[in-house]
Design a protein around this ligand. Sequence first.
Ligand code: DUC
Ligand code: ZN
Ligand code: ZN
Length: 464
Amino acid sequence: MGLIIKNGNIITSKNEYIADILVEDEKIVAIGKDLDIKGHEVVDANDKFVFPGGVDEHVHYNSFNSLGYETSHAALAGGTTTVGDFVVQPVGVGLKDSIINYKKDYLDEKATPDYVLHGIIMDPSEETVADLVNMPSVGVSSVKLFMAYKGMPYYVSDEWIFKALCTGKKAGVTIMVHAENADIIDVLTKKLIAEGKTEPKYFGDSRPVLSEAEATSRAIYMAEIANAPLFVVHVTNQKTAEIIRDAYNKGLSTYGETCTHYLMLNDENLAKPNFEGAKYVCNPPLRPQSDVNFMWEAINKGWLTSVGSDHCAIMGGFAEGKRKGINDFSKIPPGSPGVQDRLNMIWTYGVETGKITRQKFVEVCCTTPAKVCGIYPQKGEIAVGTDADIVVFDPNYRGTVKLEDSLSSSDYCTYDGFEIKGIAEKVYLRGKLVAQNGKFVGELGKGQQVMSKPYAYCYDKFKE
Ligand code: DUC
Ligand code: ZN
Ligand code: ZN
């Protein structure tokens, strides 16, 4: 017996149309008008939108002081069926082995949504860089390097970024960068703390827009010299987005994402009293509202390709985790939970306000992230042959984000109190119902790795 989702208004990144979807053996096997319902379970999607399960290309579990996969069903409750997690390379372990170990230790039978993995270079060396070409054999075709974090293990110098760009290109591995100027941040942070400016509201001053813009243009120059593509994660501001846009328009393979919080929140959140601002400390920081407005324009015009959540639910939450920085903003662990609310926020504050179309919503939340991650069309698309990851969305629901509905196991919710219009009424992961009206109803630990194919989206111009 299969499943028929009947009469829904199917939204893809290109168009929308009313049709039935037949699901069998975890896949979409037919799409059409009046499909024969005999012998199948039928779900009435009349007056509902139907779109691909969300693909969140940017989440963190088990790293950066974050909670692990025991909380990953939060993604499904919000309509995201695939997450892209970053695997930190422990010092002394090869890049490929770090993926094999991580899967064994943290993922097998623990992940609930499907997942695709990105590497993180932590131990730069000739051996590590050479290992980049082995990543596709374990289903990984993107690796992140940190230009920020002077004096910390994450920091990677330009030498290694350039070498990674050159070697990654040989195997179709996409190099992703966290672009902030580590030295500028280090100097400014020390100065602010020495002046007694220790509260979260000074956090943004320690990591200015131009330190992000400078590192981004430096990375773009390195990619140009290496003749390699580049993906800039978590872009926060107009200046940086324009640099990426202009490089792309010049012919370079330069792409960038933004994140839900850079579309929804601004630097005033950091100034909330009673240390509440710490909840919103993430790297790079929240920016003024003018940048927030520009981020909407940037996704609408395609200058930034996609919206990740950068979900990072800090262990100990606000009460204990974030409080480590009570006397020094630089000690506040960066990150906040967001995987559950990404689709609701972008739909309500993007589609419902007329800032973006429904097609753009699917493009930036589902389809392009799948392409960037090298898992398209298996994920991020409604078409015959793709995985039956499907959201049946009720646009008439009205509600509010509440901490008590959050499944991220944190003591705060980043979007607490935000009104929402519409809800993922039914969420299917490979044809199985896993969430209903914001509640998880599936089985924990059934997520599978989606193998990323090399030469993904960021290599498109090299294929022309
Ligand atoms: N970068 C991220 O993408 N997430 C957590 C912290 C960081 O620096
Ligand atoms: Zn980062
Ligand atoms: Zn991140």
